[in-house]
Design a protein around this ligand. Structure first.
Ligand code: CA
Length: 268
């Protein structure tokens, strides 16, 4: 059995697509309780670059932080990035996110009312060829891969609660809805941020990648998200249905959803 799995892994690595087609739908909503939307979206089809950021801070600082994060990512990732390999894109994403951290800190120094602001950032870059993509994140905005009606989480939340789970001090079942669920252990805007979590993710034709802010995942569990993605093939309708489902649960937070379907353009 183990041998069979190894063989399958090698076989899929060897399969290199010559053209990767991407279909994208994205939606960001204020929700039902918050006065403003502090989430930010980045959709750059020409660069094959996609990101979700969730800002925090007093007054308008949350919006400033999330906006700066996605703007810096866009500035730092070159126009021809999609010609790079997934490992090269991972390095580009990580460097860009560290640059975003510096820019947020710098703004806090020059505009004191924004001091202490922070933001999550979860970003994905997809090579034009091949069967893998680059993913990097800081904070608790998540990435998932939906494949054959199964949802797999690709990111680990940078939260106090997740750290307790990882250390074996908290039962994973108690993590959702925990009173400290919103306490982040890592965000952009921290002076001592030294690392960004990143990985190469393999994809198959038909996979749908989901990037989302915690406004979705605090009110919808993974089975509810799976149900929506299984029932709704059209990406725009699926994004709308996810936002609607979060709002139907009270919409306590801003909710942002980005869906990308990956297709091997030569196989169809
Ligand atoms: Ca949020």
């Amino acid at each position: 059995m183990v041998g069979g799995q190894v063989w399958l892994a090698r076989r899929s690595e060897a399969r290199v697509w010559s053209r990767v087609r991407l279909d994208v739908a994205a939606l960001s909503d204020t929700g039902r309780m918050r006065p403003r939307n502090e989430d930010a979206l980045l959709v750059r089809p020409e660069k094959r670059l996609y990101a979700v950021a969730d800002g925090m801070g007093g007054h308008v600082a949350g919006e400033v932080a999330s906006g700066l994060a996605v703007a810096t990512l866009d500035d730092e990732i070159p126009a021809d990035a999609a010609d790079s390999s997934a490992p090269q894109l991972v390095r580009l994403l990580v460097d860009s996110m560290l640059a975003a951290n510096e820019r947020i800190l710098e703004r806090g120094r020059t505009e004191p009312h924004t001091r202490g602001m922070g933001t999550t950032l979860t970003a994905m870059a997809v090579p034009r060829r091949g069967s893998s993509l680059a993913l990097a994140h800081v904070g608790d905005s998540r990435a998932y891969r939906f494949r054959l009606a199964g949802l797999e989480r690709l990111t680990r939340d940078h939260t106090w609660v997740q750290e307790q789970v990882d250390a074996g001090r908290l039962d994973p079942d108690k993590a959702r809805g925990h009173p400290y669920a919103n306490v982040l252990s890592r965000v952009l805007g921290l002076p001592d941020l030294d690392s960004v979590e990143s990985r190469v993710v393999d994809v198959r034709s038909g996979d749908v990648l989901l990037l989302c802010s915690d406004g979705l995942t605090t009110v919808l569990d993974e089975s509810a998200i799976t149900r929506v993605l299984s029932e709704t093939v059209d990406l725009h309708a699926a994004a709308a249905a996810l936002v609607e489902a979060a709002n139907a649960e009270g919409g306590p937070d801003n909710v942002t959803v980005l869906l990308v379907r990956v297709t091997d353009a030569d196989s169809s």
